[in-house]
Design a binder for this molecule. Structure first.
Ligand SMILES: NC(=O)c1ccc[n+]([C@@H]2O[C@H](COP(=O)([O-])OP(=O)(O)OC[C@H]3O[C@@H](n4cnc5c(N)ncnc54)[C@H](OP(=O)(O)O)[C@@H]3O)[C@@H](O)[C@H]2O)c1
Length: 339
């Protein structure tokens, strides 16, 4: 019996902001699974800022998606048929194969998820790649220490909201966040940021000086551009900047200028500015999962998601993510969580 699936293909490489015309929803038929394969029905798929990078050609840490081919990204699903002794039918799994509702995959390309009693979608967010990014970026790359003052850009997103809360939970002296709306700023204060500002309200340098008049020890950057420029100026001597993302220029069509006075700031303050790639830090996975699950179970960590419903809404979810429609992790639900 052929397996019917619907999947999103890249239709064109965008110039600047992506549009719905850059994507195409295609119906396909897969043959029955071969020996060693499983059929996974997706429960939820992730849309992430890095996917904007996969739409373009050029040097990057992730291979570009091909025009006319299915796109891929993190997803959680349930194995509905198995021809592998390693992955039983009914198993809940994490895959990198979504932007589709059903996939036939080699069993070695899925990771079984333990039953935690927590929502399955959290494996795409706070307990998944964005959570590990926050954990490794703050504690390992940023060398965070108790008593440090921290500034996080993009603070109301999946990574940013985890970074700020992780810093609070490990004894930061101050946690400052920037975000793109008054509602997001109010939410950051609710979840324990000591100060927060809407970057639309003025020059980031001025807003940051008001929010962190004494400066900061660690800057965790999700945004780049003006935020990076301002934050380097606010770092203390021996301050650390973790360069996680630069979403303010993901749709840029021209080369973006670097921070002003970079060399003199680096030298006078002996700054450490370090790039972060989450895949370098998979060795932290167990420690990260245990720590963050503990914070969730004790009620110390607030988890929030923005959920779009249905595969048809995957493209709106992705385009809206790039425009800031999400608070917390943006996910697309394709089916209810299995019991
Ligand atoms: N290096 C790594 O290994 C790694 C891994 C995961 C993620 N990342 C990076 O981490 C960052 C956050 O990722 P995420 O998954 O947590 O996404 P996210 O923060 O949940 O969502 C993206 C957010 O970016 C903000 N944004 C969009 N355009 C902006 C602009 N021009 N200026 C300032 N903010 C803007 C929007 O919030 P506002 O409403 O606040 O504007 C939007 O909600 C991204 O840069 C991503 O590429 C890197």
């Amino acid at each position: 019996m052929p397996i019917h699936a619907r999947e999103w293909h890249l239709a064109a490489r965008p110039h600047g902001e992506p549009t719905p015309e850059d994507f195409r929803l295609v119906e396909v038929e897969h043959p029955d699974p071969a020996e060693g394969q499983v059929v996974v029905r997706m429960v939820a798929m992730s849309v992430d800022p890095y996917m904007r990078g996969r739409m373009r050609l050029g040097p990057s840490y992730a291979a570009p998606w091909e025009v006319g081919e299915v796109m891929k990204g993190g997803a959680v699903g349930r194995v509905v048929e198995s021809r592998s002794p390693d992955v039983p039918e009914g198993a809940l799994v994490l895959t990198d194969a979504a932007w589709r509702d059903v996939a036939v995959l080699d069993a070695r390309h899925v990771r079984q998820l333990p039953a935690t009693g927590l929502p399955l979608t959290w494996s795409l967010g706070v307990l998944g790649m964005p959570g590990l990014t926050a954990y490794a970026g703050l504690f390992r790359v940023g060398a965070f220490r108790e008593g440090d003052a921290v500034f996080v850009s993009g603070a109301a997103g999946a990574v940013g909201s985890a970074v700020g809360q992780f810093a609070r939970l490990r004894g930061a002296s101050a946690v400052v966040g920037s975000a793109g709306s008054p509602e997001k700023v109010a939410w950051l204060r609710e979840i324990g940021f000591t100060a927060a500002f809407d970057y639309h309200d003025g020059r980031v340098r001025d807003l940051l000086a008001q929010a962190a008049p004494d400066g900061v020890d660690v800057f965790f950057d999700n945004v780049g551009g003006e935020h990076l420029d301002a934050a380097l100026g606010a770092l203390h001597v021996h301050g650390r900047a973790v360069i996680c993302g630069s979403i303010s220029n993901y749709n840029a069509t021209e080369t973006v200028p670097g921070p002003r006075n970079f060399s003199s700031l680096m030298i006078s303050k002996r700054l450490a500015v370090t790039g972060l790639l989450v895949s370098d830090h998979t060795d932290l996975h167990r420690e990260f999962t245990e720590t963050v699950s503990g914070w969730i179970r004790s009620g110390d960590l607030v988890v929030r998601e923005t959920v779009y419903e249905g595969l048809d809404n995957a493209v709106p979810a992705f385009l809206d993510l790039l425009k800031g429609a999400n608070t917390g992790k943006m996910v697309v639900r394709l089916a209810p969580d299995p019991d």
